[in-house]
Design a binder for this molecule. Structure first.
Ligand code: AMP
Length: 434
């Protein structure tokens, strides 16, 4: 027999971890809703051109990391799994004519992304992002709203020490001039460039600035800075964004080397890091403005901005910071239905079904083990009550044991759901106040 394993760079989220992801997703969804971002779901795969055009051919994400799907027939299109959500969402914006909606259109999604990257801690081939996009507003106020929204998500998720790094990468008016200057600088240091970077120099010089190659660090430190080459409009936009962030009390650090890995960004670019974790060079989120993207994908010129936050890394850092999302409590059953008669599976199922129909979290123990063992298992699960089916069933009654208080009483089956629900609510209320 072959041994099957999850593909390299992917992992299974077993219930405890899946629950933590679901908890983060719930925080994200609620928060985005509070800010007026409405959910959108786009396919996990798109025509490859959506990413090639949208993200840019000469980027790590498209050149090396795109999961391409082999065409199945002569006529079928070239598809690829989404490496990030923005291009697909903008494709949907264009396809469905969302430019006719009140602008900006605020959208959010949470889901898996796919990159054929070299797997390591915090870098997976399938990973989850919380994403927001505001399409149809040139900013800079909305840029500040989005930067602050990301910070608030991290804070409500329980992360501490999150920092914003900020830059402006110009626009089609000023970036070409800057790229010339930057190209000339690197050409002057041709001998020091690693082979990959030398190859990119003439194709996409900006990529050299965010190279992960340690050999580039010193060279990039001394490189010409884009913020010294912004046109008047981009300079004013950047200054106004900073003023908005200052007014909101949002701290940030200007990071001239921050250019983001994707081609479609203009002006605002930002990333989130956790203080003291810089060595790992792993952002927990990033985003930016993409004023040319809608047009690139066939729409009319429309500005936009958004972010993608990496949920896998948030979970990783929460672990490092010793913080757990508190969901264990809510996962425990309110009641477990057990029976003295090992053959009475129908009775246990019927009572548990009844309890669930009134909204209780109820599990029936369907095994054939002894009553004492069933009760032990219920207590281990953190159940509040055990409903014990025994001889009293003949009189339409069951025993209810409060596993937390250690008390037991007899209850009419007809009243069971209502009574347990009342006790559970009272208990939750009491706990909530205490
Ligand atoms: P990017 O679009 O590359 O800036 O990605 C946005 C965020 O997604 C990053 O800041 C990470 O938190 C997360 N992310 C990107 N790539 C990966 C990956 N391969 N594995 C896990 N998280 C990732």
């Amino acid at each position: 027999m072959p041994t099957f394993r999850a593909p390299r760079g992917t992992r299974d989220l077993l219930p405890d971890e899946a629950a933590r992801f679901a908890g983060l997703a719930a925080i994200a969804r609620e928060l985005a809703g509070r800010y007026g971002y409405r959910p959108i779901e786009t396919p996990l795969f798109e025509q490859a051109g959506v990413f090639e055009r949208g993200i840019g051919e000469v980027t790590d994400v498209v050149e090396k990391e795109l999961f391409r799907l082999a065409p199945r027939t002569e006529e079928s299109e070239a598809w690829a799994l989404r490496p990030e959500p923005t291009a697909g969402i903008v494709r949907a914006f264009v396809q469905h004519g969302l430019h006719t909606w009140p602008q900006p259109v605020r959208l959010t999604t949470i889901g898996p992304m796919f990159r054929y990257d070299r797997p390591q801690a915090g870098r997976y081939r399938q990973f989850w992002q919380f994403d927001v996009e505001a399409i149809g507003d040139a900013g800079p106020a909305i840029d500040a709203e989005i930067v602050e929204l990301g910070l608030r998500f991290f804070s409500e998720a329980g992360l501490t020490g999150v920092e914003v790094r900020l830059n402006s990468i110009g626009d089609p008016a000023c970036r070409p001039g800057y790229l010339e200057t930057l190209g000339a600088y690197y050409r002057g240091h041709l001998g020091e460039l690693p082979a990959l970077e030398r190859g990119r120099l003439e194709r996409n010089v900006l990529r050299l600035l965010d190279s992960k190659d340690p050999a580039m660090a010193a060279l990039n430190e001394a490189a010409p800075r884009i913020t010294d080459h912004l046109c008047e409009a981009c300079g004013a936009h950047f200054a106004a964004l900073r003023a908005h962030l200052d007014a909101l009390g949002v701290g940030y650090r200007i990071e001239p080397g921050l250019v983001r890995g994707l081609d479609y960004y203009t002006r605002t670019a930002f990333e989130y890091y956790v203080a003291g974790r810089e060595g790992q060079q792993q952002a927990i989120g990033g985003g930016g403005r993409y004023d040319g993207l809608v047009e690139l994908l066939g729409g009319r010129p429309t500005p936009g901005i958004g972010f993608g936050l990496g949920l896998d890394r948030v979970v990783l850092v929460l672990d490092e910071q010793g913080r757990a999302l508190e969901e264990a409590q809510s996962e425990a059953p309110d009641a477990v239905v057990v029976s003295a008669d090992p053959d009475d599976t129908i009775g246990r199922l019927r009572v548990a079904t009844e309890l669930r129909s009134v909204g209780l979290r109820a599990r029936s123990d369907l095994g054939r083990r002894k009553l004492g063992r069933q009760l032990e298992a219920a207590a281990r699960d953190g159940a509040h009550f055990a409903v014990i089916l025994g001889d009293e069933q003949a009189e339409g009654q069951v025993a209810v044991r409060d596993l937390k208080a250690g008390t037991q009483r007899t209850v009419e089956v007809a009243d069971l759901g209502r009574e347990l629900l009342r006790s559970v609510k009272q208990h939750r209320h009491g706990v909530g106040e205490g």
